[in-house]
Each structure stands twice: as C-alpha cells, then as structure tokens.
Write a new protein. Structure first.
Length: 75
C-alpha cells in the first residue's frame, strides 16, 4: 500500500523563503547599526547616529553636514 505523503505547496515554500530573506535583511540592518554605533563611540563620539537615515527599503545613508548643501544668495 502506498503511503500518503504530505507535500508543501509552492506558495508555502515561497512564503517561507521570503520570510527567511526578510529576517536576514533585518539582521543585516541591525548588525550595520551596531557597527556604526561602535565606530561612533570609538571615533569622535560627537557625531553619534544623528546622521544616519534608514529608508523603508533598508538602505542606510550617511547624511552629514556635507550632504546638506545650502546656497547663499546676496540680497
């Protein structure tokens, strides 16, 4: 007699894969923030995390004084 074997559907496998990938990206972001915080403490210490911008897609940008360029006009 043949055994009935439970099989995962492709949708379930895809959901699980996406969940794993999402968790990996989240852990990478956390590790990056920890690394930046550790460098800030070891470095000047004055900067801190004030210049870090974390977008919703997980991209971490450094926004410092040089990123904010203002144009002064003569009146």
């Amino acid at each position: 007699m043949a055994r009935a074997k439970n099989r995962q559907t492709m949708n379930k496998m895809a959901r699980e894969r996406e969940l794993r990938e999402r968790r990996e990206r989240k852990q990478e972001r956390k590790d990056e923030k920890k690394r930046i915080a550790a460098e800030g403490e070891a470095g000047s210490g004055a900067e801190g995390e004030a210049g870090i911008v974390d977008d919703e897609d997980g991209v971490v940008d450094q926004a410092g004084p040089e990123a904010e360029q203002t144009v002064e006009t003569e009146s």
